[in-house]
Design a protein around this ligand. Sequence first.
Ligand code: UD1
Length: 378
Amino acid sequence: MIAQRICCVVGARPNFMKVAPVYLALRRRGLEVRLVHTGQHYDEKMSTVFFDDLGMPRPDAFLGVGSGSHAEQTARVMTRFDEDCDAFRPDLVLVAGDVNSTLACAIVASKRGHAVGHIEAGLRSGDWQMPEEINRVVTDRVSDLLLTPSSDGDAHLLAEGTEAWRIRRVGNCMIDSLRTHLDRARSLDTPQALGLKPKGYAVATLHRPSNVDEPAQLAALLDALGQTADKLPILFPIHPRTRARIEAAGLPVATGVQLVDPMGYLQFLGVMADAAVVLTDSGGIQEETTALGVPCLTLRANTERPVTVTEGTNTLLGMDPRSIAPAVDEVLAGRAKGGRIPELWDGKAAERVADVVCAGFQTLLEASEPTRSGQEMP
Ligand code: UD1
C-alpha cells in the first residue's frame, strides 16, 4: 500500500513549527495532504499568527475543541477527529510532539486501522507527573512509524520493545523551521522595537503546571526573576495559563520584568536569537536555543531533550528558583556554557520524513502486516 492520502494534525502552539515543514515537503512530492487543526490552542496569538509566520495554508478542517480538563479536551478531539477521518479516510495520519491533540488523534487513527506516524518519537523525561510524558509513551505505542529526532529517542523505543524497522531517525523537524525563517525573524528587529539592546536582555517563558499552578512556586519564580531583572532586563512573553494564575493569586511582577502577550513565531525567534540568556520550562525552546547557540537555563527537574544538555547550550537548573541568580551571574561573567549543533539538526529533517513516507513507508507497512492482523487497511 502506498500512503497517498495523508492527514497532518496540529493542535497546540508547539506543533505548528514541527508540522509546517513536513506538510510543505509532502505537498511538494505531489501527495494529497489534509491539514487538520484540533483547536486545542485557538487564540490569535497562540495559533493563527503561526500559520502566517510559517507559510502554512489555512487548515482544511478546524475541529474547535478549545480548553478543558485533560479528559474533556482529549475526548472532544477524539470524537471530532473520528468524524473527520470518516470523511477523508487517510492512509496515514501524522501527529507531532506530545500535546493532548497528539495522543487523541493517534489513538483514533490507530483504532480505525489507519497507519500512524509520530514526528518527535521516542523522547522521554521519565517523569510521569508530566501529562506530556503519558502522551509521548502512549502515542509511540500505537504508532506504526516512529520518526525520531535524536539517538536517545531510538534507544528509548528499542528498550521499550519497539521493533527496529518501525524507527526512522529523521532529525529535528522544528529546527527546519528555525533555519528557514531565522533571517526573516532577525530582519523584524523585534528586540529594538521593544527597547532592548542585542545581548543586553534575558527572555523568560513559564507555563508548565509544575511551575505555575502552585501559587507559592510561581511567587518564588517571579521573585527570582525580579532579582535577576535588577542586573539584566527580562522580556517575559506570557502564556495565557500563566497570566491567569498570576492574576488569580494577585502576585506582584517586578518592573524590570517586561510582561508582553504571547509572541508570533518570527517575533519570538528574533528575540531569542539576540538574548543574552533564556530562562524557560518549555521543551522546544531548549532545542531552539541550542540551535541558536544562546545559553538556556531550564527551570525543570528533568528534560526529555538531553542532547540539549550533553551537546547544546542548555543547563537544567531544577525546580528551586534560588538557582536562577547564580546561573545568570555565570552567564553575565562570560562563563556561559558553549555547545554544538546536534547531528541531523540540519534543516533537512522534513525532507527525510517525506522520503520515508514516499518510499520506505510502503515497505514498512508490508513488513508490518502480520503484526497488524485484524486491522483492515483502508
Ligand atoms: C499545552 C501542552 C504543553 C505545551 C503547551 C504550549 C498538553 C497536555 N499541554 O499546554 O505540552 O507545552 O501547550 O503552549 O497538551 N489558553 C488560552 N488560549 C489558548 C490556549 C489555551 O487562553 O489559545 C488557556 C486556557 O485557559 C487553557 C490553558 O491556557 O485552559 C491551558 O491550555 P491547554 O491547551 O490545556 O494546555 P497548555 O498549558 O497550553
